[in-house]
Design a binder for this molecule. Structure first.
Ligand code: ZN
Length: 165
């Protein structure tokens, strides 16, 4: 038993994973895998590639699958009415249309939200700044209103004096 077998059954690994090997070859590959970490890594890689491919394929064509399976289901259940089929495909395309619109709107909304957050930051900073300088601001406002009040009182008094005399 050697730790590093000379011949790696690299070409047979994917066939092994697909279950396409004969009993003898399968046993050979399995016993090789038990002793060869390199080939085990290769198998892991092949498996993860297979999973990636499968999931990519599934995410690429879920609608066709759905349509086909629904159509198959209907034709199995009863005689498929062309109107039903047409309505179904219309509904499916409407659903995918709205899904696309929803996705686009969602993306836009997320962008807008990010923009709003960007805008909010300086506003928030400004408002906290204003609140921090509130006593000064309030003082200015009070000063202005007091001046305005005295000015109007003075002019009212003057008006009263001119009308009485
Ligand atoms: Zn090997």
């Amino acid at each position: 038993m050697s730790n590093h077998p000379e011949k790696h059954p690299e070409e047979q690994l994917s066939a092994y994973l697909d279950g396409e090997l004969g009993e003898e070859d399968r046993m050979l590959v399995e016993s090789h895998l038990k002793e060869c970490p390199e080939c085990r890594m290769l198998v892991d890689e092949l498996l993860s590639n297979q999973h990636l491919l499968l999931s990519a394929f599934e995410s690429m064509s879920p609608r066709e699958d759905l349509e086909a399976s629904v159509a198959a289901h209907i034709s199995k259940e009863a005689h498929p009415l062309p109107v039903v089929k047409r309505t179904l495909s219309f509904a499916l395309s409407a659903i995918s249309f709205f899904a696309v619109i929803g996705l686009v709107l969602g993306a836009l909304y997320i962008k807008m939200f990010a923009g709003a957050v960007k805008l909010m930051k300086p506003l928030l900073f400004l408002s906290t700044h204003l609140i921090a300088e509130m006593p000064l601001l309030m003082g200015v406002v009070i000063l202005f209103s007091v001046t305005a009040l005295t000015l109007s009182a003075v002019s009212l008094l003057r008006l009263l004096r001119t009308t009485t005399s």
